[in-house]
Design a protein around this ligand. Structure first.
Ligand code: EPU
Length: 362
């Protein structure tokens, strides 16, 4: 049955608890969609001049103190099996499903592929936006399609993997902000427990440790998932305890010539060769070597166990302006030392709901 559209309206809607960085923020109005029909109803009233912000779990955004826009929150729930064979299962997941709960559920069902993406905060609908990736796996490895409402043309679309235009921490949805309301994500997961990705860092050793603890000789996907949870918990702060929005900077990509020259001065610099012979450098390493681990501009500081993550030590009080100051300081210091300009990863939202491109000057 189609539910009625029930927007939560307020001239002072508090979003401080709706962003994992816990920045103080209020919005003019919020509309929560618990099914797709509500989106159809909403768009009959929507005009293009209406300032909007499409939000999800709030784990990769920096919200302004006062947001003069209507926030659209797709919160629909559900996981459906679309097709199943001996080798794979196709599932369709609604945008409001918690991402980590989905990972745990799929592994418990014997559906594999998402285990390396355990413990990433946020909702499933946001996962394609930045093509979430961790420990050698990116969302695009398992994704088949995204169903989304295209606000400018007022049409539903099903975008294939290619049409999503995924890149490193990038997608069509990220490049066209406030344009797509993602409602469902289709995945193809496999059923072969020996097909696991364990080549990143310590994953193999920790997974083996978990397997042995369970009396198994070799690791299964559940052990890989436990290993990822373990590794993440050791390095990455839990946003509920210490607000953050995950990696604050992208790992910069530089030429192999620049990398070779830096390696002469810094023999331990961490870099990964890319297919086009450029080098992706570990931004966390650069920030740490710039002496900024655990440092920043109060109340925003890099995490003392993973310098790539900025943490908010004044939850619900710190503002976007505080984050900008810390970002500027870190970008300048890293640039001064290495000649590499770091790029912010989370999405910067302007007061009118538009997405800011303000990269502070180096
Ligand atoms: N490193 C340091 N100091 C630090 C942090 C890292 O020297 O403070 C070094 C590490 O020792 C390692 C290298 O940098 O040699 C890479 O570190 P790590 O494995 O922690 O990964 P990352 O490149 O810093 C990326 C993702 C993370 C993801 C991890 C694991 C980006 C921007 N970040 O971080 O994603 O969990 O790999 O795959 O690509 C997120 O997006 O929120 C996130 C946490």
């Amino acid at each position: 049955m189609t539910q009625a559209l029930c927007p939560v309206t307020s001239s002072f809607y508090d979003l401080s608890g709706a962003n994992t960085m816990a920045l103080a923020s209020t919005a003019d109005m919020v509309v929560k969609f618990s099914d797709e029909a509500q989106i159809d109803t909403f768009v009959t009233q929507y005009s293009e001049s209406m300032p909007l912000l499409v939000l999800s779990g709030g784990s990769n955004v920096l919200l302004p103190s006062v947001l003069h826009a209507t926030v659209l929150l797709p919160v629909m729930r559900g996981i459906e099996v679309i097709a199943q064979t001996a080798e794979y299962v196709d599932i369709e997941v609604m945008a409001g499903e918690n991402w980590h709960d989905l990972v745990v559920y799929t592994v418990s069902q014997g559906w594999y592929g998402l285990e390396n993406l355990a413990l990433i905060p946020g909702l499933t609908g946001a996962a394609p936006v930045q093509n979430i990736g961790a420990y050698g796996v990116q969302l695009e490895d398992c994704l088949r399609y995204v169903r989304a409402y295209h606000l400018p043309t007022k049409h539903w679309q099903q975008l294939s993997l290619t049409e999503c235009q995924f890149g490193y921490r990038d997608s069509l949805f990220k490049r066209e902000p406030n344009t797509w309301l993602i409602s469902r994500v289709g995945f193809r997961l496999h059923t072969d427990p020996s097909n696991v990705s364990v080549d990143y860092g310590d994953v193999k050793n920790v997974a083996q440790h978990y397997a042995q603890g369970q009396g198994r000789t070799t690791y299964a996907p559940v052990d890989v998932m436990q290993a990822i949870i373990d590794i993440r918990q050791q390095k990455l702060p839990d946003p509920k305890q210490l607000p953050n929005c995950g990696s604050f900077f992208q790992n910069p990509i530089i030429s192999c010539e620049q990398f070779a020259s830096l390696k002469e001065t810094y023999p331990h610099i961490v870099g990964y060769p890319m297919p086009d012979s450029t080098i992706k450098v570990a931004a966390g390493w650069l920030i740490e070597r710039a002496g900024l681990k655990g440092q920043g501009v109060a109340p925003i500081a890099t995490h003392d166990k993973q310098a790539l993550v900025l943490t908010n030590h004044a939850p619900y009080q710190a503002t976007q302006a505080d984050v900008a100051k810390a970002q500027d300081y870190i970008v300048r210091r890293v640039y001064a030392q290495f000649g590499i300009k770091l790029t912010r990863e989370p999405i910067w939202v302007n007061a009118d709901g538009t997405i800011g491109l303000d990269e502070h000057a180096v």
